[in-house]
Design a binder for this molecule. Structure first.
Ligand code: BG6
Length: 487
């Protein structure tokens, strides 16, 4: 068992009430994550009470949890650890009502010999969030508790405002944790370190030196078992208004006065306040061919499985710099990159045909894959007579440092932070409402979805959106592997 540094986890045992306990996210991430946290010494003790519409009992839930670990955990499951964890699982079906839930929580709390805390995790679609909050209020489970709200938080401005208002009738703001798991990813936090722990980059981090920015998160994944959720959600609500805008805020924000929740939220919210509303003419919506034949999908569905857009942050640092965002399902590659294109030199003295500028502008690229990678590309002289230029790059991969080690997965990190009451990597009501507000023009008049072939890079018009620039992906040159000698 890995030694857990002190202060990383909560000091009280935890009762986790997991709504949506049999759903896709619970099986893929939350149950394996809770198992890891509970069995690796991060939490003093815990009980997990699954809640969902499914009519199963505690043993049925244990079987589902065991299966989830087998199917989705990135680590191996020790039999003795599993047996101990299984004893900590219980289940209450939604139809059993608030009193049954209260009884299960009471029993869990009675099993600890010290005072405990409650973590309510709402892994449910926006349409089900309020009824779960009501059930918690009726079961009188608000005291000594924190509540984690999954994204998307609402489906538009009105529903997000209402959700925040109703939530505040039951929970105080400091009990609420609006999660975005991209912010729990190591490389996302590394953007903050890269920008603010170094003096080198901040002076050029603005419109005078940066030409445009791309945040590109194509996925090869399809719908898996999530058709019902996805049909109501689509790529914009599922990925952009949440993950991609959050990454954009880390990339674009001013230095916070401290690395603490309030200063960080203030700076992120200032970015969101400066964002210009998203114009439908700056958006390409796509749907992969065959989506409408998927089980659970409307045969006339207009839900987008792909979205690319251009947006602007209208402040002194970024005015006029386009930010291009793209994400979608069933695309050619799974990648998560931020690419920053620098302005070209004002004048070139290199002879025609030298190759200068031929391979696009200089770029700084962050790969947000599980271990951070970064690359800075630039033109350099090709060895030999004359003056021929090639695009070269400096590359860094966290893996090469030997520091990557056993990192916590994004959800694990954020669950632990919520248990400790640390809001640093969570979203505020104001930030989320503002993001829905900038989405109004797009949500009111979405452009029609265009079909694209599964395995492609989306509809063709995605190239017009970014012209005269070009999408960085697919990369012309792949990342260097540690021992290669290529460019
Ligand atoms: C989730 C979305 O929030 O993020 C999924 O609902 C998406 O549709 C996933 O596939 C991507 O996250 P990750 O961590 O797998 O890149």
């Amino acid at each position: 068992m890995a030694k857990v540094p002190s202060g990383v986890g909560p000091s009280h045992p935890q009762v986790v009430v997991l709504f949506g306990a049999t759903g896709d996210l619970a099986r893929r991430k939350l149950l394996p994550g809770l198992y890891h946290l509970a069995t690796s010494g991060f939490i003093p003790d815990c009980r997990v009470i699954g809640v969902s519409l499914d009519d199963i009992d505690a043993d049925g839930f244990r079987r589902l949890a065991r299966q989830s670990l087998g199917d989705f955990s990135s680590r191996s499951t020790d039999d003795a650890d599993w047996a101990a964890f299984a004893q900590r699982l219980d289940y209450v079906s939604l139809s059993a009502g608030p009193q049954a839930l209260k009884a299960a929580v009471d029993a869990a709390e009675a099993s600890f010999d010290t005072e405990s805390r409650r973590l309510h995790y709402l892994s449910v679609p926006p349409s089900a969030a309020l009824s779960a909050v009501r059930m918690l209020a009726e079961a009188r489970l608000v005291e000594r508790s924190r509540i984690v709200m999954e994204k998307p938080f609402g489906t538009d401005l009105a529903s997000a405002v209402e959700l925040n208002a109703r939530l505040h009738q039951v929970f105080a703001e400091d009990q609420i944790f609006r999660i975005d798991h991209f912010l729990g990813k190591e490389p996302a936090q590394n953007i903050l370190a890269f920008r603010f722990a170094n003096g080198l980059f901040e002076p050029i981090w603005n419109r005078n030196f940066i030409d445009h920015v791309q945040i590109d998160v194509p996925e090869t994944l399809g719908l898996a078992q999530r058709a019902t959720f996805y049909e109501q959600t689509g790529a914009y609500r599922d990925m952009v208004v949440t993950h991609l805008f959050q990454i954009l805020a880390f990339m674009a924000m001013e230095p916070p006065t401290a690395l603490e929740p309030q200063p960080i939220s203030e700076e992120k919210n200032k970015v969101f306040r400066s964002m210009l509303p998203i114009q439908p003419g700056d958006v390409v919506r796509g749907q992969y061919s065959g989506y409408r034949d998927e089980p659970g999908v409307d045969v006339q569905s207009e839900t987008e499985t792909f979205i690319a857009l251009k947006c602007f942050i209208d402040n002194w640092r970024w005015a006029g710099v386009p930010f291009f965002l793209r994400t979608g399902k069933k695309l050619a590659e799974g990648q998560r990159i931020i690419s920053i294109a620098f302005r070209e030199p004002p004048k070139s003295m290199f002879p025609p045909g030298s190759g200068v500028g031929a391979q696009g502008p200089d770029h700084l690229t962050f790969d947000l894959a599980d271990a951070s990678k970064m690359s800075l590309s630039f033109y350099g002289k090709r060895p030999g007579p004359g003056m021929r230029l090639d695009k070269l790059s400096l590359q860094f991969a966290m893996h090469d440092t030997g520091l990557a080690g056993e990192v916590l997965e994004a959800y694990e990190r954020l669950i632990l932070d919520a248990m400790r009451g640390d809001h640093t990597l969570f979203n505020t009501a104001e930030g989320i409402e503002r993001l829905w507000q900038v989405s109004v023009p797009l949500l009111e008049a979405p452009p029609p979805v265009r079909l694209y072939a599964p395995g492609s890079w989306g509809p063709k018009s995605v190239h017009q959106l970014i012209a005269p620039h070009a999408w960085r992906l697919p990369f012309e040159r792949s990342w260097r592997s540690p021992n290669s000698t290529g460019n």
